[in-house]
Ligand binder design. Structure first.
Ligand code: NAP
Length: 280
């Protein structure tokens, strides 16, 4: 058996096309949608990600302003800039890129992003609203997980889904979104005892850990669906997921590729959220 590849590329293209159409009509009506990405790091893979967002935004007709505060920025500098962008009527979406400088805490600083401009769901109020079933932007990566499963018509209701990782940007919001879709969700983390026993009992496994190849065939039930969120830089300049592709492909029923799975959908959703915010 060889797992079906659950590509995110076609879905991402469709989301980008819809965003581009809405961006064009907003621009001709005098409200060009604008995303501001606040960066305070010299991290190379972060810079690569931000450039890819800017490229995708450019193609979709969404203005993208990269606000580079440099790795020396203090938490107060970052908070002040987020507050200023929140008050700027020409800005519709705000994203705070990670990693952050020593001592800066994403969940704390992101509280300065106006909820209606919080297109990557980083403000704790957005996560709270999500958990309470109220309208809010979900973190784009967490939403991408659900959108990819929907795109490939994977049933969620009543299925047992193991989410590996409990970060506020991926694991926790993904668990809430999947719970809202009537899945039975188990959230695993670094203190989970016998991870393989938990994940191999699941119909769907979502890997959001940040450790290349952590999940191997022993973690996956035969025929299960696996969503690999991990983007771990490899020595040759490529990307590896959290799933050991060779062994899991032989056991799973379906698997998202890295790259080309969750990543492109995440970027497309950021643009979709920004045009939605601009349209309000
Ligand atoms: P994170 O904040 O570092 O969280 C990692 C989570 O994995 C934590 O909850 C941690 O548990 C858990 N974990 C660590 N080692 C484990 C182990 N051996 N067994 C089980 N759980 C373990 O990372 P993140 O920001 O959520 O990102 C996760 C991955 O997704 C990374 O590779 C990141 O690059 C990728 N990512 C991709 C996209 C995309 O667009 N494709 C976007 C965002 C992130 P504890 O809580 O106990 O420490």
């Amino acid at each position: 058996m060889s797992a079906i590849a659950l590509s995110g590329k076609e879905l991402a293209a469709a989301i980008r096309a819809e965003a581009a159409e809405r961006a064009a009509s907003l621009t001709s009506a005098g409200t060009p949608p604008k995303l501001s990405v606040v960066v305070a790091t010299a991290d190379e893979s972060s810079a690569w990600y931000v450039r890819s967002i800017a490229r995708a935004a450019g193609k979709a007709g969404v203005l993208c302003d990269i606000v580079d505060l440099g790795p020396e920025a203090t938490p107060d500098d970052i908070r002040a800039r987020l507050a200023a962008l929140s008050a700027d009527a020409s800005v519709h979406g705000i994203m705070l890129q990670t990693p952050l400088p020593e001592g800066a805490v994403l969940e704390d600083l992101a509280g300065a992003i106006a909820v209606e401009k919080d297109v990557d769901g980083a403000n704790p109020l957005s996560l709270g609203r999500l958990a309470a079933g109220l309208p809010a932007f979900a973190p784009a990566t967490a939403e991408a997980v659900v959108r990819i499963l929907d795109e490939h018509r994977i049933e969620l209701t009543g299925r047992h889904i193991a989410v590996v990782g409990r970060s506020t940007v991926v694991g926790k919001p993904a668990a809430h979104l999947l719970l809202d879709r009537n899945a039975t969700v188990t959230v695993c983390h670094s203190r989970t005892k016998d991870l393989a026993a938990v994940t191999s009992a699941a119909d769907v496994v979502v890997a959001a850990v940040g450790r290349a190849g952590l999940l191997t065939a022993e973690h996956i039930a035969p025929g299960a669906v696996v969503v690999d969120v991990g983007t771990n830089p490899t020595e040759d300049g490529g990307l590896a997921g959290d799933v050991d592709t060779a062994s899991v492909t032989a056991r799973a029923g379906a698997l998202t590729p890295v790259p080309g799975g969750v990543g492109p959908v995440t970027t497309a959703l950021l643009l979709q959220h920004t045009v939605r915010a601009a349209g309000r």
